[in-house]
Design a binder for this molecule. Structure first.
Ligand SMILES: Nc1ncnc2c1ncn2[C@@H]1O[C@H](COP(=O)(O)OP(=O)(O)OP(=O)(O)O)[C@@H](O)[C@H]1O
Length: 503
């Protein structure tokens, strides 16, 4: 008897072979059983049970290996989520039964292409296995699949050893607990955290660029915690949220009676952050005259409060952040070039969540675990799981609001869902309706006509936006994307893509 365990789906050609159709030959399953013997053959079946039993009766005398039939209920034989869940559960069970060292073999030929794709994913990630394929012409062969699969599917532990090596190679200590709160797995984020760890101990200014909700403040805080200033204050200010007339007094303080309403002396944020770190979020929104004053602080290490007679020395490390491209702001004159170069001694660009391969999955799991932990006392919500289709929906979402939006969506879903499992529908309901915010509304519908508008340009903007989203959400499947976008066929979609230069 062979040593390995073979897993395969029962396919249409196998049933036709059992029905005696000459064109089907033996069918892929029987062909592989005739070629080799296995410790066990696990046959996954999504057909009616009677059909499968008839097949077993037929194949029994062609095989020397014991066959176990596993009935699986799929809503469709192409539903990746369900196929993945069913196959992974059965493999885990069999590994427990035979021990973790049992050799696994997955048969790619029987069943739908989705089933074959899932075998490849499983073999390349959670359950390393030999992949085989069979054909009438070439018999049974080991399939060579020479690529690795995106980190999205790779379990947490897989890259741990590499990380330790990377840290050693970079001359860094193996652990950096200050950065532990930054949940990540993607290579982009690993690189960014290495950069942040390198700049953290030095008092140099750091400029963090990234869309809203990408974790700029979290990173700034970690840089502070990993610096020698960690015992001193970390003061975070959103420059865009302070009314222009108050910025100076908020940042640098004022003396008693310096202006109407200044009933008492007030120290500014810079003084409050003395010997620590100040985080200036939305730095691009700082009024021009304040930019000059900030430049002076950076050059001379001194602040002058409103109404104060003498400048005061402050020792503050500045970490600034912007969600706009600061080079553009410098080029169009809204941001002083000299200040930019003072702030941008080290520049860290945080990618949008949709560009971080692997992070979304990890963030979902981690936020979900946190939400479950905090969700009161009833055991049902503490152990609530996310179904595979619900997780897929979350993974496909474009997350325009980045990590903050992901966090909020999961919290809403947890509050509204009533069952033991978070379903696709729960997630759908937790997505906020795509709101056309006032700014977008203004850009699209309420542009002033007095100076003239460019209607084709506006239509192009809307078309490109939805075409890109449609394709992304349909994973490049044009028929599906066309349906989502209300087009009669994929050819129509192709014409639109060509028209807007997206083909
Ligand atoms: N990698 C991450 N791991 C865990 N939580 C994260 C991560 N990145 C961001 N968060 C969380 O997401 C939320 C938004 O992050 P943060 O406030 O740092 O973003 P930001 O880029 O500064 O946003 P804004 O520009 O709107 O101020 C916070 O609750 C933060 O704790």
């Amino acid at each position: 008897m062979g040593e390995s365990i073979l897993f395969c789906w029962l396919g249409m050609t196998d049933l036709r072979a059992a029905a005696g159709e000459p064109a089907a030959g033996l069918g892929p399953v029987a062909q592989s059983l005739a070629a080799r013997s296995y410790r066990e053959v696990v046959l996954l079946n999504n057909w009616e049970k009677a059909k499968a039993q008839k097949y077993i009766a037929w194949v029994k005398d062609k095989a020397t290996s014991p066959i176990t039939l596993r009935q699986v209920k799929l809503s469709s034989p192409t539903n990746f989520g369900e196929i993945y869940e069913a196959a992974a559960a059965i493999i885990s069970e069999k590994r427990q039964e035979h021990g973790p060292d049992a050799d696994l073999v997955f048969h790619l030929s029987p069943g739908t292409p989705a089933m074959a794709a899932v075998w490849i994913i499983l073999a390349k990630t959670r359950f390393p296995a030999e992949l085989i394929e069979s054909s009438k012409e070439h018999g049974v062969l080991t399939a060579s699949v020479p690529f690795d699969i995106s980190a999205d599917f790779i379990p947490d532990l897989l890259s741990k050893a590499d990380k330790t090596l990377e840290h050693l190679a970079a001359g860094l200590p193996a652990a950096a607990p200050e950065f532990d709160d930054i949940i990540h797995r993607s290579e982009e984020m690993q690189r960014i955290i290495l950069m942040a760890r390198r700049v953290a101990p030095h008092a140099i200014p750091v400029l963090i660029e990234g869309e809203s909700g990408t974790g700029k403040e979290l990173l700034a805080h970690a840089i502070h915690n990993a610096s020698p200033r960690k015992e001193k204050p970390f003061v975070a200010i959103n420059c865009g949220a302070i009314p222009a007339e108050l910025v100076e007094s908020e940042l640098f303080g004022h003396e008693k009676g310096a202006f109407t309403g200044a009933a008492s002396k007030r120290i500014g944020y810079f003084e409050a952050a003395h010997q620590g770190t100040i985080f200036l979020d939305e730095i691009g929104d700082l009024p021009r005259e304040m930019q000059v004053k900030l430049l002076r602080v950076l050059q001379e290490g001194e602040i002058q409060s409103i109404g104060g007679t003498r400048p005061r020395k402050v020792d503050v490390r500045v970490v600034a952040a912007t969600n706009k491209n600061s080079i553009d702001a410098v080029a169009n004159g809204t941001f002083r070039e000299d200040l930019f170069y003072r702030l941008a001694v080290a520049v860290i660009r945080l990618p949008a969540l949709r560009g971080r391969k692997g992070d979304i999955s990890l963030l979902i799991d981690s936020f979900w675990e946190q939400i479950n932990k905090e969700s009161g006392h009833d055991a049902a919500s503490k152990h609530k799981k996310i179904s595979a289709p619900a997780k897929n929906l979350l993974l496909q979402h474009p997350w325009p609001g980045n990590i903050r939006e992901l966090q909020n969506t999961l919290t809403r879903a947890a509050v509204w869902s009533t069952g033991k499992i978070l379903t696709e529908k729960d997630v759908q309901e937790a997505f906020l309706p795509v709101s056309v915010d006032d700014k977008t509304n203004e850009q699209v519908l309420n542009r002033p006509l007095a100076q003239g508008i460019n209607l084709p340009e506006i239509i192009e903007m809307v078309a490109v936006h939805y075409l890109e989203r449609g394709l992304a959400e349909a994973h490049g499947n044009k028929t599906k994307a066309a349906r989502m976008l209300g087009m009669p066929s994929y050819q129509t979609l192709t014409n639109w893509l060509k028209k807007y230069g997206l083909e």
